[in-house]
Design a protein around this ligand. Structure first.
Ligand SMILES: Nc1ncnc2c1ncn2[C@@H]1O[C@H](COP(=O)(O)OP(=O)(O)OP(=O)(O)O)[C@@H](O)[C@H]1O
Ligand SMILES: [Mg+2]
Length: 480
């Protein structure tokens, strides 16, 4: 997908400088010397990001910002400002600007702000959820796809439909890589707020005070480094949806400030006393169990209740194996198109092999493994051998470290030597049936005697499990 960048500035030198910074980064760059031609480009080419000079001839940069947002509410706009107009540029963030850059430009800062603006633009791309991948052509520039047909995912699709249009706060829990961010975006895409901003904040990525001013903003002089006022995400995202990722990592101080915003729909900037009203929908995600965090005293109970008005739990991939073939099909098609290997196929053995793995890193791990295999394969058919690294990793994940395996071998060895003397000719049958009995017992215990769950955990059919259970009953009777 080619990223499109628009630069609107009446100064040719500035246009050339900015173009020079980005032209070797495979961006498609558009240049405009005034607002009206910039807006025309936005209408025709839908750039992902625009850098707009605040002082333009004719309509000002701020007016162009508002018009640009009318045409495409998702475009990330960065306002370029001189020293005298910095305050206006800061205020522009209330009208949907993503950020501002002060002239003279610092190249690294420009690159960093543009990278963040682009990431934010891609985050608000449409997400379509689907039960099958056949209709998907490839890497669409306009939307991402979230796929799944397991009963658990079907429940999630239904729930999205029920809750997306309401303004309720949403909590999404699930292991890393299960699709929490994608689900948050699917909820946003299907909500009534989908023409308003969608901004994301990773609560684990910043120390307490930086997160506080990122969320709530600060007044000039609020602390030593606060040389100008800062507009926080709660103000910038007014009317939209704020995705609070890794919320379990938020400090207790910020948790209490967040609770206050949720209850009062208003807040104060750090160091300020003006009460600012905000209308924001919160979608939060956590890869730790928030109830457990509450029990450990690390998360406020009242905030937990407030957040989980609507809650989703995305199960790990190993608990929804039906989705694996679908995901393989999707990722192989997408990568085959991306890397120009249109005839690439997967064998049923490969699908079986990939379905049997543990997938500790969930869908992200599967997606990365398929990308790597598609890049490195030389043939037209993906075989289990194209995933050699994965085989080793999963073997390690499934069996832990070498010591545990050695210990297991030693236990079998003792039994083996005894049986060599007492029951020659019956060793294989005796040991393997004992192993099966233990596995079935352990699985039933692990799943609270739920046969369906235990069979799924072991990777055998329910009938086979029943037979093994019957046999272990016989063994007990035999022994008595
Ligand atoms: N159901 C799905 N269908 C297709 N792709 C998916 C699905 N779920 C997740 N993905 C893809 O898997 C990757 C990981 O998803 P995502 O970033 O949403 O996970 P996450 O739960 O937020 O992970 P983390 O906790 O590590 O932040 C992304 O590339 C996403 O597009
Ligand atoms: Mg995430």
């Amino acid at each position: 997908m080619l990223v499109k960048l628009l630069i609107i500035d009446d100064d040719q030198v500035i246009r050339d400088v900015l173009k020079g910074i980005f032209e070797d980064q495979s961006f498609e760059i558009f240049l405009a010397a005034d607002g009206e031609s910039g807006l025309r480009i936005i209408r025709e080419h839908r750039p992902n990001l625009a850098i707009i000079d605040i002082n333009l001839p004719g309509k000002s940069g701020l007016e162009i910002l508002k018009d640009a947002k009318q045409i495409d509410s998702k475009i990330s706009v960065i306002i370029a400002t001189g020293y005298n107009t910095t305050q206006n540029a800061i205020e522009a963030m209330k009208f949907g600007a993503f950020d501002y850059l002060a002239k003279p430009f610092n190249i690294l800062e420009v690159q960093e702000v543009v990278a963040k603006g682009l990431a934010s633009n891609l985050l608000s791309r449409k997400v379509k959820f689907s039960l099958e991948s056949s209709e998907i052509i490839g890497d669409s520039p306009d939307e991402d796809i979230m796929i799944g047909s397991s009963p658990q995912m079907m429940e999630i699709w239904k729930k999205i439909g029920r809750v997306a249009t309401s303004d309720e706060t949403v909590l999404i829990e699930g292991e890393s890589g299960t699709g929490k961010e994608l689900l948050a975006r699917a909820i946003y895409t299907n909500s009534a707020r989908n023409h308003r901003p969608f901004l994301a904040v990773n609560c684990a990525a910043m120390p307490e005070n930086l997160l506080e001013s990122d969320l709530f903003g600060h007044e000039k002089g609020a602390f030593t480094d606060a040389q100008t006022r800062r507009i926080g995400k709660f103000e910038q995202c007014n009317g939209g949806t704020l995705f609070l990722d890794e919320i379990s990592e938020m400090s207790l101080l910020n948790q209490s400030k967040l609770l206050r915003v949720l209850e009062n729909k208003s807040f104060q900037r750090v160091g300020g006393n003006e009460e600012i009203h905000t209308d924001i929908r919160i979608v939060a995600a956590a890869n730790r169990n928030l109830q457990e965090e509450v029990n450990r005293g690390r998360f406020r109970l009242d905030l937990f209740y407030r957040l989980q008005v609507v809650s989703f739990h995305i199960p790990p991939l190993r608990e929804r194996q039906e989705d694996i073939p679908l995901l393989i099909d999707l990722f192989v098609r997408q990568n085959a198109i991306k890397y120009g290997k249109k005839n690439l196929r997967v064998t049923p053995e490969t699908v079986n092999f990939l379905s049997s793995l543990h997938w500790k890193g969930n869908i992200r791990e599967l997606k990365n493994a398929i990308s790597a295999a598609v890049v490195f394969t030389t043939g037209e058919v993906l075989q289990p051998d194209d995933f050699t690294q994965l085989k080793q990793d999963n073997y390690r994940q499934a069996f832990g470290d070498r010591n545990k395996l050695d210990h297991f071998r030693e236990c079998v060895k003792t039994a083996f030597h005894e049986l060599c003397c007492n029951r020659p000719g019956a060793i294989f049958q005796l040991l393997s049936s004992k192993l099966e009995t233990h596995l079935v017992d352990l699985a039933m215990e692990h799943c609270n005697n739920n046969q369906v769950a235990a069979a799924k955990l072991l990777g055998i059919s329910r009938n086979t499990l029943r037979k093994r259970l019957d046999c272990s009953g016989d063994t007990v009777q035999d022994a008595t």
